[in-house]
Ligand binder design. Structure first.
Ligand SMILES: Cc1ncc(COP(=O)(O)O)c(C=O)c1O
Length: 365
């Protein structure tokens, strides 16, 4: 069976290191927000190129805490995309702000910056740029827009740990970077986990307090916060994985270049790379009209691709008719019917990559 993602393969390939890390936490008698979290925060900040990093419970919380730290709440609007994990929108709603969704660029599938002006209003306080599938959104244009309007830029980097834009790691360019460490992510825990990055000391201090009831000193809340602590076990595991992140991203790139070479002449679209972006292929997403037939065809060969995402957020039952969008969401709506994520994870054997290629090609014969 060839799966779209396979965290077990990674966890077993680093099993010795992970077991040592876990055992050391068990014996440390420190289980929540201890030395492993502190070490991870400092290692991740230096890897991303920011002054600070803050460990939290998951990627949705990372976004929610970032928004709260920026003072965004009821009455504010936050612009983002509909072609993303629902978490991006859920976080905006969690702080009581209103999400405003724009269409994506047809080439790169990330936020189309030409749509921003048409949905901007005096209530707009931030843009969340989602770096989808492992590739950066067009940060030059989005950042220019945010600076012109005097609003904040949050990077949702949950799908692009280690990717770059103009030579800088994603999550170090906007005001705040937010990362999910869900097990299938490029930097994945064995459970839930999340990270936040920023170079602003006051934002960093506020986000640290927000993740634990607004405490500066234990048991004394300076403002209302919540519990979004990262535990020591997950932090220790993430430290192991962080050491291998560049190598693992390199393996993803090798697989992507095989797919690119073997599939580009078929009647489907392979991913397009921005020339100033370093893509880390969290997902390898092709686009084709006959997606459902292709899924059945691949399943017959025991290959299980994914669909990211089958329904745009603005059309989902929870949100339909309730969310402001740009006038046309044509690209987003078409993508939900045509995108297909081929198996992609660092440990995917090259023989399996060949099987996927053979099976995709045979569909067109
Ligand atoms: C783009 C994006 N944002 C946010 C999240 C939310 O992360 P989590 O599941 O860790 O809360 C995810 C994870 O699926 C994601 O892909």
């Amino acid at each position: 069976m060839i799966l779209c993602a396979n965290p077990l393969a990674q966890n077993t390939s680093y099993l010795d290191e992970i077991q040592k890390a876990v055992s050391s936490v068990i014996h440390s008698n420190r289980y929540i927000l201890g030395p492993e979290v502190e070490a991870l925060e400092s290692e991740f900040a230096s890897y991303i190129g920011t002054k600070f990093s803050i460990g939290v419970a998951n990627g949705t919380d990372a976004l929610e805490i970032a928004l709260r730290a920026l003072g965004i709440g009821p009455g504010a609007e936050v612009i983002t995309v509909s072609h993303t994990a629902v978490a991006t929108v859920a976080a905006i709603e969690a702080v009581g702000a209103d999400p405003v969704l724009v269409d994506v660029d047809p080439k790169y599938f990330t936020l189309d910056p030409t749509q921003l002006e048409s949905v901007y209003s005096p209530k707009t306080k931030a843009v969340i740029a989602v770096h989808l599938y492992g590739q950066s959104a067009d940060l030059d244009s989005i950042q220019r827009f945010c600076k012109e309007k005097g609003i904040f830029l949050i990077e949702d980097t949950s799908q692009a740990h280690g990717a770059k834009w103009n030579g800088k790691r994603l999550g170090s360019i906007g005001d705040i970077g937010c990362y999910s460490c869900y097990p299938t992510k490029n930097l994945g825990a064995i459970g839930d986990g999340g990270l936040i990055t920023t170079s602003d000391p006051s934002l960093a201090a506020k986000m640290k307090m927000l993740r634990e009831y607004g405490w500066k000193d234990r048991y004394i809340s300076e403002f209302a916060g919540r519990n979004s602590r990262l535990d020591e076990l997950q932090a220790a595991i993430l430290r192991v994985k962080l050491r291998h992140l560049n190598t693992d991203n390199g393996k993803r790139k090798t697989i992507a270049s095989i797919y690119d070479g073997e599939l580009s002449k078929l009647n489907l679209k392979t991913p397009v790379k921005h020339n100033v972006a370093e893509h880390v292929y969290h997902l390898y997403v092709i686009q084709l009209e006959s997606r459902e037939k292709m899924i059945s065809h691949l399943k017959e060969a025991n290959i299980f691709p994914g669909v990211h995402y089958p329904m745009p957020i603005h059309l989902q039952p929870a949100y339909i008719g309730k969310i402001k969008t740009s006038t046309s969401m044509k690209v987003t709506e078409n993508l939900s019917k045509t995108v297909l994520s081929l198996p992609m994870y660092p440990e995917l054997p090259l023989d399996d990559v060949k099987k996927v290629v053979t099976s995709v090609r045979s569909f067109f014969n």
